[in-house]
Write a protein that binds this ligand. Sequence first.
Ligand SMILES: [Zn+2]
Ligand SMILES: [Zn+2]
Length: 262
Amino acid sequence: MAQTSLRDRAPVAQEKVVIARSGNKCAYPGCGLDLTIDPKAHGDRPKATGKVAHIAAASPGGPRYDASMTPEERGSAQNLVYLCGPHHDAVDTQLEYHTREFLLEAKRAHEVAVERAVRNALGEVTYEELTVVCTVIASTAVAPLQFGVELALPLQEKIELNKLGATSVQRITDGLSQAARVEEFIGFQSSVAPSFGRRLVARFKSDYFAARAEDLEPDAVFDYLVETAIENAGPRDTPQIRAAALAVIAYLFEICEIFERE
Ligand SMILES: [Zn+2]
Ligand SMILES: [Zn+2]
């Protein structure tokens, strides 16, 4: 039981969503440790040190196992919490203290604090952060887009077609507060490299359809995309970088013609 076995792994896409919502920090009350070690030498890559723990265990006999849950519920981001190594070990062994209610409340409070920090940082997003977030996205080769007429759907209609819930709507609204800045930035980059905007859009669309293919609940798709943008941005992970990623993804969501096709 102490050892995390392979069958205990939650789907990677769900892990990505919980890491996004945790701001890549330990969710244990009072901890907040950064869960990436930045590379110190050229050629090394950032190392993720966090561990995804199940709130209710993945398999019978595991900590806080709940027989009434479906396997999908057990593996969903809602049932996962991102922790540093020591706190992960503590919550899976000291079960009297680390109840399901304790972990759900720790997760909730942490995610609210992260969301607030990112929202507060939105006003501090500069060209520097936008450059970090966009440059790698735009430089990644993606499959050429299919031809098609792009109809400009109003944002509200797009939200409904994508079945996005209140959480995503809030994120999009927050991110769009910086739409003018993102637009200006993309305009400037495009004056230097004319294909910049097109590459950014192509990459965003391919990430979007990859996220949809992961069987994520609609409200998790947005967090997944923001986390993908942050991963692409490299080792720097600050509320300002997270805010820049949110602003860029919200902007691209608004201008791109993406929605769930029946
Ligand atoms: Zn587990
Ligand atoms: Zn911790």
